[in-house]
Design a protein around this ligand. Structure first.
Ligand SMILES: *[C@@H]1O[C@H](CO)[C@@H](O)[C@H](O)[C@H]1NC(C)=O
Ligand SMILES: *[C@@H]1O[C@H](CO)[C@@H](O)[C@H](O)[C@H]1NC(C)=O
Ligand SMILES: *[C@@H]1O[C@H](CO)[C@@H](O)[C@H](O)[C@H]1NC(C)=O
Length: 453
């Protein structure tokens, strides 16, 4: 009898503690902060892990006697998504290698139970977690800016939504709207959005960027060189040792694919998979550097055209701010809020044009060791749903501007405050405001035909 009672208590205890183990939030891979652009937003703002709607009270901008909020523009990356077709292919190749030649390892870690579920038709689509990223961000932004993101502004067309045509962006935009609809309790309402690739996918329409960077293998030579460096070679060898396969079988693509398994299982399903055990912290830092190096040369300071390709979006932002300032002077702001949804490739060039996250030394294949304290860390800048929010205020001494990246205050270059005068900001960017013509910047200059040698 007693034994029976004990058994019942014990099994109740067991299922209780197993239940706790299964709470999806808590088992975070130790390398989760090194996933770069495949990283969760929660790794940047860890307080969101326990409360998805938590806001930092000190950053709420309610009614104030000194400044009133006039306009807000947010440029937001789409939420968590499936891997792209190209990356699923890499993952399949690596999975086949592990299945056929690393069976000891996969048995030891119980990966033999793990089924390959990624398919090429997933094609970078938004996942459920990606919808939540945006509905929750919408609700938090509404809490932060209660005088701008209002039901009245929403109902009266003063909140504008603009998105890239990519399905993951359109669905992110829809999710953001759902977040506001739920926040204000106005279910049944519908709000339009505009698809605008000239603004949100400017990189695809900038001929010079496409020719000189996107389709030019030489533009990313530092990335290739890094793959041949001892740091990367060592990472691949350590992985081959762990898998017990010959070094020749683990390529740079395999290492990348292994990291995708770890990163995607976590981002999509909140699971810390055995795949993550193929990396220690040093390996993960090397992989993060490889990602950052690619972003640096393809989307950021590596080539001047990378940031210049965003001139149209830059001008669009300042035009909206100027318009809002003028409207405010004449007593009626017609667009209080602009929500723009795009890609990491949308945000990084714009942030670069604004002069943000610039290290003294460029990122190259040879300076991994001296760049450990770099500010250019793509996982901190553009995780899923990463966002730049720019807010115009009318203050006693004129218009002022506040910028936030991922809900944290951002000090613009050469400004010594996080609420500088709008005129000072414009003076700082005068050269770009007077130039940075998308047409001339993106024009393909006729290059001399190469001589054959
Ligand atoms: C909240 O914001 C303030 C001001 O930027 C900052 O000092 C503080 O660390 C933030 N708190 C959290 C929990 O992030
Ligand atoms: C497994 O190893 C064999 C022999 O080394 C090799 O030919 C084969 O390509 C490997 N399999 C995969 C899927 O890489
Ligand atoms: C977008 O969302 C809709 C409805 O939520 C869904 O049916 C559709 O498959 C999604 N599309 C993509 C590409 O994720």
């Amino acid at each position: 009898m007693i034994r029976k009672v004990l058994r019942v208590i014990f099994s109740a205890y067991l299922s209780f503690s197993l239940g706790l183990l299964c709470v999806p939030c808590c088992d975070i891979p130790s390398i989760a902060t090194y996933f770069g652009t495949k990283g969760r937003y929660e790794e940047v703002n860890t307080y969101l892990i326990n409360d998805k709607l938590a806001v930092n009270e000190t950053l709420i901008r309610g009614a104030s006697s000194t400044c009133s909020a006039v306009h807000l523009t947010a440029v937001i990356r789409h939420g968590t998504r499936y891997p792209t077709t190209k990356n699923v292919k890499k993952m399949k190749d690596f999975y086949n290698l592990v299945q056929s030649n690393a069976s000891d390892w996969s048995h030891k870690l119980d990966l033999s139970q793990w089924k390959m579920w990624y398919t090429e038709d997933m094609d970078g689509r938004l996942v459920e977690k990606g919808r939540e990223d945006h509905t929750n961000l919408a609700k938090r932004l509404a809490k932060y800016f209660p005088t701008l993101i209002t039901e009245d502004n929403l109902r009266n067309g003063r909140v504008k939504f603009i998105t890239s045509s990519k399905h993951r962006c359109v669905n992110s935009t829809i999710s953001f709207k759902t977040g506001l609809i739920e926040y204000f309790g106005i279910e049944g309402e519908e709000f339009d959005h505009e698809v605008n690739d000239a603004l949100m996918r400017f990189f695809a329409e900038c001929a010079r960027f496409v020719a000189e960077v996107e389709n030019n293998k030489h533009a990313l030579v530092e990335v290739d060189l890094f793959n041949d460096r001892p740091e990367m070679k060592r990472t691949a060898e350590k992985m081959a040792d762990r898998l017990q396969v010959p070094y020749s079988q683990v390529t740079a693509d395999s290492v990348e694919a292994a990291l995708y398994f770890c990163a995607y299982e976590f981002a999509i399903k909140s699971i810390n998979t055995p795949w993550c055990q193929l990396f220690d912290e040093v390996d993960a830092k090397v992989m993060e550097y490889a990602t950052d190096l690619k972003q640096y040369w393809k989307r950021s300071y590596g080539h001047d055209i990378n940031s210049k390709s965003s001139c149209a979006l830059f001008h669009d932002l300042f035009r909206r701010l100027d318009q809002a300032a003028n409207d405010h002077r004449s007593g009626h702001v017609s667009e209080a809020v602009t929500i723009q949804v795009g890609h990491a490739e949308t945000l990084l060039p714009l942030l670069t044009l604004l002069g943000l996250f610039k290290d003294n030394e460029p990122l190259t294949s040879t300076n991994f060791a001296t760049q450990t304290e770099r500010v250019f860390r793509s996982g901190h800048i553009v995780p899923y749903a990463g966002n730049l929010v720019v807010v115009l205020y009318n203050c006693a001494d004129g218009f002022r501007l506040e910028a936030r990246l991922n809900e944290q205050p951002l000090v613009l270059p050469k400004m010594n405050t996080d609420l500088p005068l709008f005129d000072d900001v414009k003076r700082n960017y005068a050269e770009l405001l007077q130039g940075c013509n998308p047409k001339t910047e993106c024009e393909l200059v006729n290059v001399q035909p190469r001589t054959m040698d």
